[in-house]
Design a protein around this ligand. Structure first.
Ligand SMILES: C[S@@+](CC[C@H](N)C(=O)[O-])C[C@H]1O[C@@H](n2cnc3c(N)ncnc32)[C@H](O)[C@@H]1O
Length: 305
């Protein structure tokens, strides 16, 4: 069992079900940070994604009556794999990641493997009903090659679902100043990732083309706005925004060191000042900031189709 943070423990207790209402109300009002809920970004992103998808773990119309084998690529803390294993007890679920950071106590139909998904796959062709990936965009050097592994190992009629968030700070009503620290920090992030040969900015078109080029059919892309910060009035969105702000806060601190300091060689005090300012921007509920969550899925044609 993970010995992680308070938030991870809460998830371990409840799965990704909602945190108890009274606890949550307090969290949203006080801010998750002040309540000590600084969880892993992977778990937090998972919660945000699930809330945005109205509690659903996937949108692909898989045969939910009897899924057999499900694969989660770059599973991180394994939270999605664990949840899907609980949802479909008939399925064997495998979560694969470079790092062995998954918990040991998991549903009996879920297991984890440590492997590099960019190396040739050892899974048999046509052996999965459903393959899922989330927030891997900047991790993958060669998407066409990965897509061809995914396509080969899906069974005919099986689905691949790809979920990505954009590392962005958008605003429709001009409340977020164009020269604020948050925007500057994200510009640096993009520049740094590009200098490392990464930093694709996913759009619905890019995701659709990626799936279609690999041979998938009936491709659908659903895009949802994800508020960042607890500025929305509506309770559900406020909760999503409060969690998303935590993801951004933790991400900013981590990426500042890796991308700005290491890749771009920006001076440490400039980076630290920018991060501090960006975190203040995230807390400012006058700034109506959001980004996008894109969910793309497609089906491998059945033989003879
Ligand atoms: C941003 S995290 C996303 C985690 C998880 N999918 C989620 O949304 O909660 C990216 C994960 O991909 C893993 N990863 C990156 N490159 C990988 C590779 N080539 N093979 C396997 N895992 C990889 C990282 O170790 C990390 O856990």
């Amino acid at each position: 069992m993970s010995t992680g943070t308070k938030l991870e423990k809460e998830y371990n207790k409840h799965g990704t079900e909602e945190i108890e209402a009274d606890t949550e109300e307090k969290l949203i009002d006080d801010g998750y940070e002040s309540a000590g809920y600084v969880g892993s970004t992977s778990s937090l992103r998972s919660a945000v994604g699930k809330y945005l998808m109205n509690g659903r773990l996937h949108l692909a119309p898989i045969d939910t009556s009897n899924p057999q084998r499900i694969l989660d690529l770059g599973t991180g803390t394994g939270i999605w794999a664990i949840d899907i294993a609980d949802s479909y007890p008939s399925a064997e679920v495998i979560g694969v990641d470079l790092s062995p950071i998954q918990p040991q106590w998991v549903p009996p139909n879920c297991r984890f493997e440590v492997d590099d998904i960019e190396l040739p796959w050892t899974y048999q062709a046509n052996s999965f009903d459903f393959i899922h990936s989330r927030n891997l965009e900047d991790c993958i050097k060669d998407w066409p090659s990965l897509m061809s592994s995914i396509y080969r190992c899906l069974s005919p009629g099986g689905y691949f679902e790809l979920v990505e968030t954009t590392p962005d700070a958008l605003c429709d009503d001009r409340t977020l100043p164009s020269d604020c620290s948050l925007r500057k920090a994200l510009d640096y992030y993009q520049e740094g990732m590009k200098s490392a040969g990464r930093g694709n900015f996913v759009t619905p078109t890019i995701l659709r083309e990626r799936l279609e080029a690999a041979g998938f059919e009936s491709v659908q892309v659903v895009t949802v706005k994800q508020p960042i910060g607890s500025w929305p009035k509506e309770r559900r969105l406020k909760r999503i925004g409060a969690l998303a702000r935590l993801v951004y806060t933790a991400g900013l601190e981590a990426y500042a060191n890796a991308v700005m300091k290491r890749f771009l060689k920006v001076e440490a005090d400039i980076v630290d000042g920018l991060v501090k300012g960006a975190i203040e921007d995230l807390k400012n509920n006058r700034y109506h900031t959001y980004n996008y969550l894109h969910i793309a899925y497609g089906r491998k044609p059945k033989l003879g189709e």
